[in-house]
Write a protein that binds this ligand. Structure first.
Ligand code: IPM
Ligand code: MG
Length: 361
């Protein structure tokens, strides 16, 4: 089979890590008898520099014409919040999510045995391991609600961001979470703030309705978002699938990434009903961009998710996962995941790490 992939290299370390992911794709293609062609798509700060806006016209159409989208990272201090919206990379990210209908954002947080020392939690907690899947609603809620800013008569300026959720939006993300749980450890933690927010009360009601009707075999628990923030640190091993609305998911997925101690290794998938987008969970890391030291594993593991979810190539996906595990088990580390015990000759740069994964394929 030939698959066409939209490559959004983006800003900061994006181009460096995407380069390594392409190396791995080529190796996988050879091994499993598939070929990949690439369509370069400009998006983010680099697009602002090139054509004056971060989300050039026709971006969504170009992506829809491909079988999957692989994104590096976008953003950087050069295009900060003082710039007009159409020049900011974040605007482009939100627009592509919305335009491609990518309502389900899957962010696995995994603590691998070889990386146990990188976990910032107590030793007895880390020993139990972490293997959870954050399922974040990605095209609704406060991120896409009506915003306003206006002058009041007596309180100075005021601003509002509206959080809205419809039954239909909650139902489809709930279904995704239950389906995923069935392929994992069969448990869903639904996170809300139902003691305060009306959107959360609707969320809880709909999640339970979907569960009782079609997924009663899956264990379901409700958790308040503040409590979840604590339990992620207290008993992370208990979580399997965590499903939540857009902003709670933004915050909790960073927390979940941090407790694994290896943000540079976490991938993500954004799925809708059409073409899907795969990107690392980390940002563009402008401070280390261009130095050849960024960790490409999150991007490489995004390819793993792409093969699994978009191309149905489970065997090849497993193979990438195995290769990455072997490289880590052999003691190789990039700068972000090395520790005091890592010998200097086992510290790899971006390209070396990509080569090592290819060797192990
Ligand atoms: C993320 C990021 C984005 C978000 C920003 C860059 C708009 O934090 O993907 O988690 O808030 O969704
Ligand atoms: Mg975020």
């Amino acid at each position: 089979m030939n698959y066409k992939i939209a490559l959004i290299r983006g800003d900061g370390i994006g181009p460096e890590v995407v380069g390594e992911a392409v190396k791995v794709l080529e190796a996988v293609g050879q091994k499993f008898g598939h070929s990949f062609t690439y369509e370069e798509v400009l998006l983010g700060g680099c697009a602002t520099d090139a054509v004056g806006k971060s989300y050039p016209d026709g971006t969504a159409e170009k992506c829809r014409a491909c079988d999957a989208v692989l994104l590096g990272a976008v953003g950087g201090p050069k295009w900060g919040s003082d710039k007009p919206a159409e020049q900011r990379p974040e605007t482009a990210l939100l627009a592509i999510r919305k335009d491609l209908g990518l309502y389900a954002n899957l962010r696995p947080a995994v603590l691998r045995p070889a990386m146990a020392d990188a976990c910032p939690l107590k030793k007895e907690t880390a020993e139990k391991g972490i293997d959870l899947m954050m399922v974040r609603e990605l095209t609704g809620g406060i991120y896409f609600g009506k915003r306003d800013r206006y002058q009041t008569e007596d309180r100075g300026e005021e601003a509002t961001d509206l959080m809205a959720y419809s039954e239909q939006e909650i139902e489809r993300i709930g279904r995704r979470a239950f389906e995923l749980a069935r392929l994992r450890r069969n448990k869903v933690s639904s996170v809300d703030k139902a003691n305060v927010l009306e959107t959360s009360r609707l969320w809880r009601e709909i999640v339970h309705r979907v569960h009782d009707a079609d997924y009663a075999d899956v264990e379901l628990e409700d958790l308040l978002v503040d409590n979840t923030a604590m339990q992620l640190i207290n008993r992370p091993a208990d979580f399997d699938v965590v499903v939540t609305e857009n902003m709670f998911g933004d915050i909790l997925s960073d927390e979940a990434a941090q407790i694994t101690g290896s943000l540079g290794m976490l991938a993500s998938a954004s799925l809708g009903d059409g073409v899907a987008l795969y990107e690392p969970s980390h940002g563009s890391a402008p401070d280390i961009a261009g130095r050849g030291i960024a960790n490409p594993l999150a991007q490489i593991l995004s390819v793993e998710m792409m093969l699994r979810y978009s191309f149905g190539m489970g065997e090849a996906a497993d193979d990438i996962r195995r290769a990455v595990t072997e490289v880590l088990d052999a003691g190789w580390r990039t700068g972000d995941i090395k520790d005091a015990e890592t010998p200097a000759d086992k510290v790899a740069g971006t390209a070396k790490m990509g080569d090592l994964v290819v060797e192990h394929l």
